[in-house]
Write a protein that binds this ligand. Structure first.
Ligand SMILES: [Zn+2]
Ligand SMILES: [Zn+2]
Length: 129
């Protein structure tokens, strides 16, 4: 039997799969509420938390921003934030040699890197899809 709770969670997972980029809970609400009746922000928040607990979603923390979430298990990658529309996009891969920025005596264990600018839509180009 498919309960309303199941439908809500499916709609939330689909929002992530269709968007293909990290989403805030507010964006998830916008994208998923057309698919499920009476979806509210509290329900989105509860389901996102449960998907994080299950390991299906990972939290994306950007400086000074509300948390975004993305589908977990991706290879090492970074993010791009559009300064016009505030949306966050996934960048693929990384650059070799970043560790060399640290001088002798420092051991680098991890790094965070965020690129900022404007996205294709805000630049007036439709993304090629
Ligand atoms: Zn934009
Ligand atoms: Zn990297």
């Amino acid at each position: 039997m498919i309960t309303r709770n199941t439908r809500q969670k499916v709609a939330i997972r689909e929002a992530f799969e269709e968007a293909g980029r990290p989403l805030s809970t507010g964006e998830v609400l916008d994208l998923a509420q057309s698919k499920v009746e009476k979806l509210g922000i509290a329900t989105v928040y509860r389901n996102v938390k449960s998907l994080v607990d299950e390991g299906w979603l990972a939290t994306v923390e950007l400086p000074g921003e509300t948390s975004r979430y993305e589908i977990a298990g991706k290879d090492h990658h970074h993010h791009f934030q559009c300064e016009s529309c505030s949306r966050v996009f996934e960048l693929h891969g990384c650059l070799p040699g970043l560790d060399r920025l640290a001088e002798t005596g420092y051991s680098v264990r991890r790094h965070e890197l965020v690129l900022y600018g404007s996205c294709p839509e805000c630049n007036g180009n439709r993304p090629a899809r």
